[in-house]
Design a protein around this ligand. Structure first.
Ligand code: ATP
Length: 199
């Protein structure tokens, strides 16, 4: 699995649509301070489902949308797409290329797509779970993150190892199943109440 390219439009400082193609095994993004390097890694985490505005260095989700300059008006939406090669099927879908897109409007509306088909944020999170590139993935290491990992609580460090070793998907599925079980138990209780009333 390889990140082949990223397309950004209206996200933070990127007013116009740009496409970054990663053709070599190792690629570096260089540029002067404030030119938007970190905005690119923010864009990658955002499209993978990052919901924390603080970790995207903003105060509200709207802050990810191009806010305008002296010369240009603010835009009404931001959109980011990632294109992966999936020949080895690391991402558990049938396609050998996977495109993930997230779009947000100033009105607050959000849209998610997998290979151009509308989906839920949950679907994106699930297909990347245990690939190591989820929003909490250890493949994106932000400034100061190494210190944070080293100094964090042992349970938090354990979480990182769990994702790396591939068991977080099963923990997540267990939690989802327990929630469904709870709901079923409460539905059964209601049915029993109704039946008792009728008797
Ligand atoms: P450094 O090398 O100093 O870490 P950098 O290249 O990583 O810098 P970024 O932090 O990615 O730079 O970009 C910061 C720039 O992005 C600032 O000029 C800021 O004004 C701009 N920016 C952030 N959010 C928006 C937005 N919503 N609309 C327009 N510009 C934005």
């Amino acid at each position: 699995m390889k990140l082949q390219s990223i397309e950004i439009q209206g996200f933070k400082s990127f007013k116009d649509k740009i496409k970054l193609q990663f053709n070599k095994p190792i690629c570096a993004i260089v540029g002067p301070n404030g030119s938007g390097k970190s905005n690119i890694s923010d864009a990658i985490r955002w499209v993978l489902g990052e919901q924390s505005v603080k970790s995207l260095r903003g105060s509200k989700m709207e802050d990810v949308i191009f806010s305008g300059t002296n010369k240009y008006k603010p835009l009404n939406f931001a959109q980011v797409s990632l294109n992966f090669d999936n020949i080895e099927k690391w991402i558990p879908v049938e396609y050998s290329e996977v495109n993930i897109t997230r779009r947000v409007f100033r009105t607050g509306e959000s849209e998610y797509y997998i290979n151009k088909k509308p989906c839920r944020l949950k679907d994106i999170r699930e297909i990347f779970m245990d690939t190591g590139i989820g929003k909490e993935g250890y493949s994106i290491i932000g400034q100061g993150r190494i210190d944070e990992i080293l100094s964090s609580k042992s349970e938090d460090r354990r979480f990182i190892f769990e994702e790396a070793s591939g068991i977080s998907k099963y923990k997540y599925k267990k939690e989802e199943s327990l929630k469904k079980l709870d709901k079923t138990i409460s539905n059964l209780g209601r049915i029993e109440d109704i039946l008792n009333q009728k008797v």
